[in-house]
Design a binder for this molecule. Structure first.
Ligand SMILES: Nc1ncnc2c1ncn2[C@@H]1O[C@H](COP(=O)(O)OP(=O)(O)OP(=O)(O)O)[C@@H](O)[C@H]1O
Length: 230
């Protein structure tokens, strides 16, 4: 489903070059839930941006469902991201003047899906994330955990091949964090969604099936998680 092959990346600022990722290699199978773990500055965001096609790597390849995304044109990439990739952000990134339902529908508008079908899909997903009765409220009327549930519903509405979550519980208290991870696990199991969860928290990584760990831009661990899968 996702294959990262001999991936290296360096940032260039004038004459100065900053090597950030070094010969990264791993695979993620369909339906896996993987944590990308590493401390601040280890290269997680850079790797995420490369896997999501937001940047081109200096060297190497990223294949999603057999498509080498670094070879795509900007237009192809934009279309690929819209249809195949879901995103969940630390700060939810909901549009404040749209209702919860309209926020979830938004990715479908860009796909030209008709209003009735959009609404049905949005409500079905809101019910799945436990917000079936909140569709006509505005994001500011919801708690942080509920807003993150909306953003999770939005990430799934296009039925993407893979969902990238960037520190999805970074703004939440411990109890809400556990509830959001519970929800992601449930969605992973019931809908076979492939999730990559970027985190610097070991507690979050421990709940996933597998951890891919970065240290100073090198892969240090890429094994099935041996420990407690609470
Ligand atoms: N545009 C850029 N130009 C130069 N260096 C950069 C650039 N973006 C990131 N870096 C450097 O790359 C390294 C990895 O950064 P990255 O943001 O990928 O780490 P991270 O693990 O996501 O950290 P955090 O958890 O703090 O977000 C850091 O040393 C950072 O300073």
């Amino acid at each position: 489903m996702l294959a990262v092959q001999q991936l290296s990346h360096r940032f260039k600022n004038g004459a100065e070059e900053t090597p950030v990722l070094h010969d990264i290699q791993f695979r993620i199978a369909k339906g896996e839930m993987v944590a990308l773990l590493g401390s601040s500055g280890s290269g997680k965001s850079t790797l995420l941006n490369l896997m999501a096609g937001l940047m081109k790597p200096t060297h190497g390849s990223i294949l999603i469902n057999g498509h080498a995304i670094e070879k795509m044109s900007e237009n192809q990439l934009a279309e690929f991201r819209r249809t195949q990739i879901g995103f969940i952000f630390q700060s939810y990134e909901l549009i404040p003047h749209l209702t919860v339902r309209e926020n979830v529908e938004l990715p479908l508008i860009f796909q030209g899906i008709k209003a009735k079908s959009r609404k049905e899909k949005a409500f079905a997903l809101l019910a799945k994330v436990g917000l079936g009765d909140k569709g006509e409220m505005f994001p500011s009327q919801l708690s942080g955990g509920q807003q993150q549930r909306v953003s999770i519903a939005r990430s799934l509405v296009t039925s993407p091949a893979i969902v990238f979550a960037d520190e999805p519980t970074g703004n939440l208290d411990t109890k809400t964090e556990a509830e959001i991870i519970d929800l992601l696990i449930e969605l992973n199991v019931t809908l076979s969604i492939t999730f990559v969860i970027v985190t610097h928290e070991l507690e979050v990584a421990k709940r996933t099936q597998r951890v891919i760990q970065l240290r100073d831009g090198f892969l240090v661990e890429n094994e099935p998680w041996a420990g407690e899968n609470e």
